[in-house]
Design a protein around this ligand. Sequence first.
Ligand SMILES: NC(=O)c1ccc[n+]([C@@H]2O[C@H](COP(=O)([O-])OP(=O)(O)OC[C@H]3O[C@@H](n4cnc5c(N)ncnc54)[C@H](OP(=O)(O)O)[C@@H]3O)[C@@H](O)[C@H]2O)c1
Length: 233
Amino acid sequence: MELEGARVLVAGATGVLGGELAGAFARAGCRVALTGRDEGRLRELAESLGGVPAGAVGAVDAEALRRAVDAAAEGLGGLDVVVVAWGVVAFGPAAEADDAVTEELFAVNTLAPMSLVRAALPHLADGGAVVLLSAIVADAPTLQMAEYSASKAALSAWAGVLRRELRPRSITVLDVKPPHMDTGLVDRALAGDPPRLPRGHDRSEVVEAVLEGIREGGREIVLDAGTKRLVRR
Ligand SMILES: NC(=O)c1ccc[n+]([C@@H]2O[C@H](COP(=O)([O-])OP(=O)(O)OC[C@H]3O[C@@H](n4cnc5c(N)ncnc54)[C@H](OP(=O)(O)O)[C@@H]3O)[C@@H](O)[C@H]2O)c1
């Protein structure tokens, strides 16, 4: 799809990747609306992008999400692209995981993106795009990250079915599976300390791959193990 003039909702725009994606969409000529939990950072970002519509909302309140999506769609006159960029991580052995932490991981990483997308679909134009940030661990579940891996794998499985079900509307469902990036996500973990992680992947490559993936109507963005470059397919 053509991004120039596209109406894009970035949900979770107060995160590092969400903010960078919002900026990239704006530079590509999109009309952008934002949601995020941190009101102050959301306002700053919205102003830096020229006073775009923005609504502060937590991810785990489905009704509040629906209202935020409705307001964004009203502000933009409909939606062509919806991106869900929020997320949380936790670390530690699977046998010792805390139930409340596990619930929050699945609530934020798995259930809330589903709610957001369901709320957005009635506003989304045929031929539009849904972009979900899962992670490389969806395909390669990682030691000390069993629950995070499982929450992302579940989101990825859901995205795969959604893609097939939305085929009659020609809606792209792009599953983005980045490797580790230095965004500070791991320092904001709900629990535990990260295992030794590889050097952070170049975020600008991820952001550019997302925009290209939407333009091409791609299915997913994954890391090629040999070249260590992102591959769109
Ligand atoms: N960084 C990596 O290495 C990596 C790798 C693969 C995939 N990912 C995925 O990429 C996405 C973006 O992550 P990031 O690296 O940009 O991390 P980030 O900067 O920490 O952004 C994540 C954002 O999620 C928001 N969030 C967390 N809990 C929330 C809740 N209950 N309600 C609403 N918002 C909530 C936070 O927003 P507020 O600041 O407003 O509270 C936070 O800024 C996540 O889905 C992550 O799992 C990241």
